[in-house]
Design a protein around this ligand. Sequence first.
Ligand SMILES: [Zn+2]
Length: 497
Amino acid sequence: MSYISLYRKYRSQNFKEIIGQEHIVRTLQNAILNSRLAHAYLFTGPRGTGKTSTARILAKALNCAKGPGAEPCGVCDNCGKITNGHSVDVIEIDAASNRGIDEIRELRERVVYAPVEGRNKIYIIDEVHMLTSEAFNALLKTLEEPPAHTIFVLATTEPNKVPVTISSRCQRLDFRRITLPQVRQHLSEIAKKEGFTLEEKALDLIARAGEGSMRDSISLLDQVVSFAGNDIKADQVVLLLGAADEELLYSLADAIVRNDIAAAMEKVRLAIEAGASSIQVVRDLVNHFRNLLLCKLGAGESLELTADHINRLTLQAEQFSLERVKAVLTALSRAELDMKWHPYGRIVMEVTLVELMGNNVERSGDRLGQVEKSGDMSRRETLVVVEEDKFARIMNVWKEILNKVKEKSLSGFVSLHEGQPREISGSGKLVICFRKGYAFHKQRLDEAKNKETVELAIKEVLGEDIKVESVVDDAEAAPNAVSIETVKEMFGGKVIS
Ligand SMILES: [Zn+2]
């Protein structure tokens, strides 16, 4: 038997199973019982909140052999066919992939025919806002004179993109984002039925990652299981999500309170080593400081977090002034935006953190001493500032340096392009890091002529003599790269069902 995704397996099959949309369920059930159904509904709301499932359940309730009633029986032929997508009376059109006039034209031709198996014909048009204006016009003609036996359900995540001529002919029902406790509850029920053990914190991470979309959370659970097996630990979820660990966020915020740059950098390094991407670290940190802000304003209750968690946030928030929290939030949000297009996001993040903590390097001195086991602390501090500065200067013009190298040597450019500037080494060299498996490029860059080309390019662009050193990053684990990318793609808006 082929594998059925958890999302499909646990999709709501009747109104009772719909989560978090009681107001809509009640409206539809009353309409069915009182025979006061509208000809067309507009279901709006974020993705994964149950719009299409509700439309199918409505279709079942209407066409059930034992209906029409407030709930479908779920076992008769009609219910079965609708569940499996085989009913000729329930027509689903995905406007995201069928934007054109042809589908709507076909719809117009067929809409006049009476239902074959059940009492009603139900047209479900998903992501209706994606239709072309031509298709909208054709649809409008149908909505203006709907056949008696036909019900339209138009679903959309972006109601503002649906023409008023269409939406004004529909009864609009707004689906709510599903709350965190509801998602948690449902996920833990699925886990129980499937025999998964799920750490409390892992459950929390998966529930949160869906951001109110049940579908995303369940799909993520599916991914985690295929990645980690039936015994799911929080750190595996962290790895898969590329998310930063909660403890790490607290200690990073602590470091920011103390203006302890070295500690902050160390935490960032740990987060990235644990599998988080730098943009995710910033995103999580933004979220953490938003939580701190709300706790500071006494609005912690709105956070859908456990009482313990809110207490802890409130305690940490007390260490910051309101101004400071706002400043951190502003700077990090800006960094998050910048990182989206910057080729070296980590640098943007690090520079932002350094700027946020000002020049309070004195305080971080001892920690650096511990890390580096370096004798002369004051010298070391100065060095760090200078190096940070030098590195930031290089990164500011890195694209220009790359272009300059390109003018001089194509093979040098290709190699350099595969590497990533990492830091200024103790001996003042710019360290270019290559991923494991890219050692070939490192070797090519190491060839004397290519190295000289790069150093010359730096000198020409920056006006400074900086030597280059290349290393291969052994720490980067290739096997996870694929799953993390997959998850990112999933959360980038692609639907996996
Ligand atoms: Zn039935």
